[in-house]
Design a binder for this molecule. Structure first.
Ligand SMILES: [Zn+2]
Ligand SMILES: [Zn+2]
Length: 259
């Protein structure tokens, strides 16, 4: 992966963050925030020995420089000079809002660095080939509560899958934690009914012409229903989510908790 490709792949995450920051940000703030949502790993971004900061900061500085594509394509604007604030433009906002569902999905599910970068690359390629890309947010599929609050295109798409997913994961009328078999319903009674968290192994995309059945199949094999404790353990190291089988193995081997 050359620096230049990575630089371009940071445009959408950067627009997302500048917008969250009320449309204005400095390069160093952006660098810190990008790092915290993308979790780049040390191997991917080896320290650059010739400078006192690392490769990631350097790429972000290049990204936001006046003569580079990000400013040139009109998505952001900036004043001349070191660490002057950057602004998202009207064009940048329009571009961002076309993709906002996909980005919310990607940045709210703790995917690792390489999955995030591969996804952004797919989104950019879909753009070049003028193909619309769709994602299913399986959280929406499962969580009944979202129905009342989310009225997006994404929700309508995802809700089609919801019933299939619930049927798929239901066990004796309940969805149990895949790792420890915890049941919110049994433990909390009525107030826990229907609650479960969804761990996503990899982002699932669908191009507009793809078959729905195939995407549903892929989506189902990519999500794992888990309780909140197990979910936090999976993501305890944000750069290295645990594999579900590893966690099951740990739980089994402690001998305290009978699965
Ligand atoms: Zn659990
Ligand atoms: Zn997760």
């Amino acid at each position: 992966m050359s620096d230049r490709i990575l630089e371009n792949d940071l445009q959408l995450p950067a627009l997302y963050l500048i917008n969250l920051n009320n449309g204005k940000i400095t390069t160093s703030e952006l660098s810190v925030m990008l790092r915290s949502i993308l979790n780049p790993t040390d191997e991917d971004l080896k320290l650059n020995p010739s400078r006192d900061d690392d490769k990631f900061s350097q790429i972000v500085r290049n990204l936001t420089a006046k003569e580079r594509p990000f400013v040139k394509n009109g998505f952001i604007d900036r004043e001349e000079g070191r660490n002057k604030p950057l602004f998202i433009t009207k064009k940048g906002k329009e571009y961002l809002f076309e993709k906002i569902d996909i980005l919310n999905y990607l940045f709210s599910n703790d995917f690792g660095w390489s999955d995030l970068m591969a996804s952004i690359d797919k989104i950019n390629k879909a753009d070049e080939n003028r193909r619309e890309i769709e994602i299913f947010d399986e959280n929406i599929m499962i969580q009944e509560g979202f129905r009342k609050t989310v009225e997006s295109k994404l929700y309508k798409r995802s809700s089609k899958l919801r019933e299939i997913a619930i049927e798929h994961f239901k066990y004796n009328g309940d969805i149990l934690c895949k790792a420890c078999k915890f049941s919110f319903n049994k433990f909390y009674g009525e107030i826990g009914e229907g609650y479960i968290e969804i761990h996503h192994i990899k982002p699932v995309f669908k191009y507009e012409n793809d078959e729905l059945d195939k995407t549903i199949e892929a989506a189902l094999s990519n999500v794992v229903p888990v309780c909140s404790n197990c979910h936090r353990m999976i993501h305890r190291d944000s750069r290295n989510p645990l594999k579900i089988d590893f966690l099951i193995d740990r739980i089994k081997s402690n001998g305290i908790f009978k699965r």
